[in-house]
Design a protein around this ligand. Structure first.
Ligand SMILES: [Zn+2]
Length: 349
């Protein structure tokens, strides 16, 4: 049995269109009235956008309905789908907790409410009937002020039961004017022994080599093998893993054709840089993790051996997988094939 690890999934983009549409219908919201038929809503929700910024706008739509009251509803459905349809054994879920607090509150009140959001997400993602090892990554945001981002780092430190790392998201063009601030925040996080990843080198506007030394994994990072391959040996030396999310690049207009990723995989394999294949926004794309794998295989971007290497790398680079570098297959082997030696014996007799 193949069980997978998902390292890069946004809570906002993880709601599949049908669950979101049904929620809008049940709560007779404006969007529910605007899209009485499911099919129209799915087209609106999953269609490709021209830029990363335009694509990220869609997250605000989901954020607006994910509150402390409704998060358990969405997370239960997320865990159910991940277990039943995706064979996930491990899931890191990421989001900006500040953006799940009510926007009529003051900044300091919203900061104070973030801990409750983390606890609600943590409890809701532990579903006994759908057992998946889960942890959270808290995302700093390129459009939020320094004080909020620093509070997010502090919250991650105080919530180690539920949180395994921090990230920065919100569109990589926008780090430029505040690069020193983000370097300081990552430096601060590392000094507190926090694990780190960051959305970086996703688009050609998001290439900041100054941030790279602070990251243990790189969210996307595809522009490194594509346009800055001279950096790959450094990445290999630091054992940094790229979180590659194939469908995203088509939805954001970053790539025109998935086959452009072949060069990403080839150069990383050659340089000894690990890649974890991820979904980013499985709901928003309506593409679940096994289909990301299958698409890469059918388009000859990777072969089965390379896929296996990426799947194992995902467990090795997981921040909160409790079994070290052992993927589930090695743990299950004895359980699933207990009869094998006896069978072999009886055949030979
Ligand atoms: Zn992402």
């Amino acid at each position: 049995m193949a069980l997978y690890a998902e390292l890069h999934r946004h809570l906002g983009g993880s709601v599949v269109p049908r669950v979101l549409w049904r929620y809008f219908q049940r709560h007779s919201t404006n969007l529910g009235q605007k899209f009485p038929e499911y099919q129209e809503f799915e087209e609106f929700y999953t269609k490709p956008r021209n830029t990363l910024d335009e694509y990220l706008e869609l997250h605000t739509l989901v954020e607006s309905v994910q509150s402390v009251e409704t998060l358990p509803y969405f997370i239960y459905r997320l865990m159910r789908g991940a277990y039943i349809f995706e064979n996930l054994a491990y899931l890191e879920l990421r989001y900006t907790p500040y953006l799940r607090t009510p926007d009529h509150l003051s900044q300091s009140e919203r900061i104070d409410q973030m801990a409750e959001i983390v606890a609600v997400v943590g409890k809701a993602s532990r579903v006994p009937e759908y057992p998946i090892v889960t942890s959270q990554i808290l995302c700093m945001h390129s459009r939020l002020p320094y004080e909020v981002n620093k509070a997010i780092v502090n919250l991650a430190v105080q919530s180690r039961d539920y949180v395994c790392a921090i990230d920065v998201a919100g569109g990589d063009t926008h780090y430029k004017e505040r690069l020193d601030e983000f370097i300081a925040l990552y430096d601060y996080a590392r000094s507190l022994n926090l694990n780190t990843t960051g959305h970086l080198y996703e688009t050609t506007d998001g290439c900041y080599p100054e941030l790279l030394p602070y990251l243990m994994r790189i969210g996307h990072g595809i522009q490194i093998p594509l346009s800055h391959p001279e950096l790959l040996s450094e990445l290999a030396r630091r054992n940094q893993c790229l979180e590659v999310c194939p469908t995203t690049y088509l939805k954001t207009g970053t790539l025109e054709d998935l086959r452009q990723l072949k060069i990403v995989f080839d150069r990383c394999f050659d340089a000894g840089v690990d890649i974890a294949i991820c979904t980013d926004n499985a709901g928003l794309h309506n593409v679940r993790l096994p289909f990301e794998y299958e698409n890469l295989l059918t388009q000859d971007i990777i072969d089965f051996q390379q896929l296996k290497a990426c799947q194992n790398a995902a467990f090795r680079h997981a921040f909160a997988w409790p079994y070290g570098s052992q993927p589930p297959a090695s743990l299950l082997h004895g359980l699933l094939q207990p009869e094998a030696p006896a069978l072999a014996e009886s055949v030979s007799n």
